[in-house]
Design a protein around this ligand. Sequence first.
Ligand code: ARG
Length: 464
Amino acid sequence: MNEQFSKKSEAWSARFSEPVSDLVKRYTASVFFDHRLASVDIQGSLAHAEMLAHQKIISAQDYADIQRGMAQIQSEIADGKFEWLLDLEDVHLNIEKRLTELVGDAGKRLHTGRSRNDQVATDIRLYLRAAIDDIAALLRALRVALVDLAEKNADTILPGFTHMQVAQPVTFGHHILAYVEMFGRDAERMADCRKRVNRLPLGSAALAGTTFPIDRERVAKTLGFEDVCHNSLDAVSDRDFAIEFCAASALIMTHISRLSEELVIWMSPRVGFIDIADRFCTGSSIMPQKKNPDVPELARGKTGRVNGHLVALLTLMKAQPLAYNKDNQEDKEPLFDTVDTVIDTLRIFADMAGGITVKPAPMRQAALQGYATATDLADYLVKKGLPFRDAHEAVAHAVRACEQRGCDLAELSTEELRQFSELIGPDVHQVLTLEGSVAARDHVGGTAPEQVRLAIQRVRNLLA
Ligand code: ARG
């Protein structure tokens, strides 16, 4: 156990005849991990105390003492001098105890009209709201970096794949913009989740509300919450907002993981489409030739833990009767780890996107293989009047002939191509080029360089 958390034994209160065993104490304590809520806990307490004073439930002097004590506690924590005690179970009791040491009875009055149940629910919401704002900024930075990469490669052609087989040529800019769309939806999901996070549970007390004449709207306003939670039982017990956050995070990581998978494939020497700056790669302890894409691989791996945290929270919640149960203490570690993982990953990816070197020549070479323009030939025949199914069949014969000869469609002469359809004329070679193929997909959402530039402009306007 962490040395930072000292112990001293005492029974919980006069209600108890003996102290809990050390093992139980360690088992039930959360201070090892929830001390990271300290600053939001203090913020919530100050808002609560301000309201108590305003409502004349405590005196102005008590409130001033609480403010003074909390300021001191903040600086003790910042300086690493605060003594976190395992015996005091969690962040809330540790801070309250120290406050009482510092300011006496005013500290003991702070908990009037409040319970740790509504206190902790408030803390998590304050913590998550700040985390969501950080994540939103990082998603934005990542999208800007990806848009820059897309812009530099609006005309760079590579094969687009379906079933991991060359399908049709696409522009690299278009490919990267697909991820910009995904991360855009992730940002929308976070913004939507924020609305439900941003409600105040405080005032619900243990579960039923309080007998004191509190002003919940006042506290909500002080803490920047959009509204109060409207049912005390619900407010202290449900963690659906945290589950929703984990679901939105799991989707961010899923998108990161898909991008990672592509980066790993593209960087493989067998493919060689890109290089990733050395600062994101590591070598091998035995094979001197290696430069491994560790960052994308790790991100792909860390997606597993974030997905796991989502399942952990869903499972934590599913069998809890109303209202608060100690099960909910287990919400914190998955939540904290989700926040840390998503924030670190997004920060690294926003930076790494600028460290990607695109290699147009191998991309082009790959696009020239695999009959990537076969659909263009079929479309050409359709435009000359052949029904699409017949065109599909004619091109299938042409591809088969090319396979036997070991060449690409574009390498066949007009005469050779005419064996497969009389409708083919010399203008066919334009549609069989990679440039012709991508330029022809010139509509909203298409891969044409012109459309890529328009899409980039659209996203830049959204991000401005
Ligand atoms: N540490 C607790 C938690 O994280 C605080 C609430 C404790 N409430 C209680 N009734 N034991 O949920």
